[in-house]
Design a binder for this molecule. Structure first.
Ligand code: G7M
Length: 363
C-alpha cells in the first residue's frame, strides 16, 4: 500500500473557512520542483535518476497540523509523492506548459498513477514582488539593443524592454483584435510608407546582421548578399526545452519590408531559407525536419523580412491563421500562380483595434 500521510484537518483553525493553509501538506526544501521546475530539468532528472524515480531529496513532503498529528479529523489521504516511481511520459504540451507522467507509488503493487503537472499562472501579487523578495535570481541570457532576455532556475523567463517606447507599451498591452481586408493598392499607397518610416526600430536587426549582438547565438550564417540569411533563437525562446523551439531566420538583404514585397526575384532567397534553415535546425536540435513549420507574419512587428521556425506540436504565439503564411505556400503562390501574387491580392488578417495600420486601411 502507498504510505498514508494523513495529517490534514479541514476544521482546525477557528475563524477560517475551508482549508487551513497551515495544515496543508506542504512541499518544502526544493519545493515546487514537481510543478514549477523547468520541464527540461524534470525530464533530465527523470532520465538520469537511477531507476527513474524521484528521490526524497527532490520532492520533500512535510505534513503539519495546527492541532497535532494524531487527533485530526476529516483526514486527507495525501499520497507519498516522494515515493513516485516514474515509468514514462504520457504526453507533454509546450503550449499549456504541462506534462503527464505515468508510474507507481509502490513497485510491489499493481496500481498505477497518472500525474498531470502544470505550471501555475502568475498572480498579480506574486509577480509584483518577484524581483524584490530575494527568492528568485535571474540570469541575463542576452541583450540586443533595448531587448534583454533573462531566466531563473525556477523556470521563469523574462523579456525586458528598456527603455520602452510608447509603441512597445501598446504592443504589449491587452487589446481586442478584429479581421480586416487590405487590397494591394491600399498597401502600396498607405501602409507601405508607414512601414518604412513609423514602425518599430530595426536597430536590433542591424545589430544581428552586423555581428554586434547575439553573435554567439547564431546557428547558421549564409553570407550571400542576395540570398543569405542568419539563423538564431528567437527572443521568445529560452532554449531550455526543445518542445517550444522558436528560431528566426533574418535575411541579409535590406529593404524587403514584408510578405507584400515578395515576388519572383526572391524565390531563390526564400528557397534557400526554407531548405537550409530547416536543415540547420533539424541538425542542431535533433528534431525531424518534417516537424518544423516555417512561416512569415503579415503584418509583422518589424519590417525587415524574417521567417519564423517552430515545431508543429507547439502552438506558438502568432502561428495562427490570420497572421501566418506558410513559407512553402508563399513560394508556390509566387512560382505557380502569379509572380506579383502578394503585391496584387487582397489579404485578410487580424489586427489590433488600436493599430495605426487599421486607421490607414480604413481610410
Ligand atoms: O511579428 P514579427 O514577424 O515581426 O516577429 C518578430 C520576431 O522577432 C518575434 O518572434 C520576436 O520575438 C523576435 N525578436 C524581436 N526582437 C526584438 C528580437 C531580438 O532582439 N532578438 C531575437 N533573437 N529575436 C527578436
Amino acid at each position: 500500500m502507498p504510505r498514508k500521510t494523513t495529517k490534514k484537518s479541514q476544521t482546525t483553525s477557528p475563524g477560517t473557512s475551508g482549508v487551513d493553509a497551515k495544515s496543508k501538506s506542504v512541499v518544502k526544501g526544493k519545493k515546487t520542483e514537481l510543478t514549477s521546475a523547468r520541464r527540461s530539468n524534470l525530464k533530465q532528472q527523470l532520465a538520469t535518476d537511477q531507476g527513474g524515480c524521484l528521490t526524497p531529496e527532490s520532492v520533500n513532503i512535510e505534513q503539519t497540523s495546527s492541532s497535532g498529528a494524531a487527533e485530526t479529523k476529516n483526514e486527507l489521504n495525501t499520497l507519498p509523492l516522494e515515493n513516485f516511481k516514474f515509468e514514462r511520459v504520457l504526453s507533454e504540451n509546450p503550449t499549456t506548459k504541462s506534462i503527464v507522467l505515468y508510474g507507481k507509488f509502490d513497485e510491489s503493487e499493481d496500481k498505477f498513477a497518472v500525474i498531470l503537472a502544470e505550471k501555475t499562472v502568475f498572480t498579480r501579487e506574486a509577480v509584483t514582488t518577484l524581483f524584490t523578495d530575494g527568492r528568485t535570481s535571474f540570469t541575463h541570457n542576452f541583450q540586443n539593443d533595448i531587448y534583454g532576455q533573462y531566466s531563473s532556475d525556477t523556470g521563469i523567463k523574462l523579456t525586458v524592454v528598456y527603455p520602452a517606447t510608447e509603441k512597445h507599451v501598446k504592443k504589449y498591452s491587452q487589446q481586442r483584435s478584429i479581421m480586416i481586408q487590405e487590397s494591394g493598392h491600399v498597401y502600396a499607397t498607405y501602409v507601405r510608407p508607414y512601414a518604412q518610416t513609423q514602425a518599430l526600430s530595426l536597430q536590433w536587426v542591424d545589430n544581428i546582421l552586423e555581428g554586434r549582438a547575439e553573435a554567439d547565438r547564431v546557428i547558421y550564417n549564409d553570407e550571400g548578399s542576395e540570398t543569405g540569411f542568419l539563423l538564431l533563437p528567437d527572443l521568445k525562446w529560452s532554449q531550455e526545452n526543445v518542445e517550444d523551439l522558436y528560431v528566426l531566420a533574418i535575411v541579409r538583404k535590406k529593404g524587403i519590408l514584408c510578405l507584400r514585397e515578395l515576388d519572383a526575384n526572391h524565390l531563390s532567397l526564400l528557397e534557400n531559407v526554407l531548405t537550409h534553415g530547416r536543415k540547420a535546425i533539424a541538425d542542431k536540435y535533433k528534431v525531424p525536419a518534417n516537424q518544423i513549420r516555417a512561416y512569415i507574419h503579415y503584418h509583422p512587428s518589424y519590417y525587415h523580412l524574417h521567417v519564423h521556425f517552430t515545431l508543429v506540436g507547439y502552438q506558438a504565439p502568432g502561428s495562427m491563421v490570420g497572421q501566418s503564411h506558410l513559407l512553402e505556400d508563399v513560394i508556390e503562390n509566387i512560382k505557380r500562380v502569379d509572380s506579383n501574387y502578394y503585391a496584387n491580392r487582397t489579404l485578410t488578417y487580424q489586427i489590433r483595434e488600436d493599430s495605426p495600420i487599421l486607421a490607414l486601411v480604413e481610410t
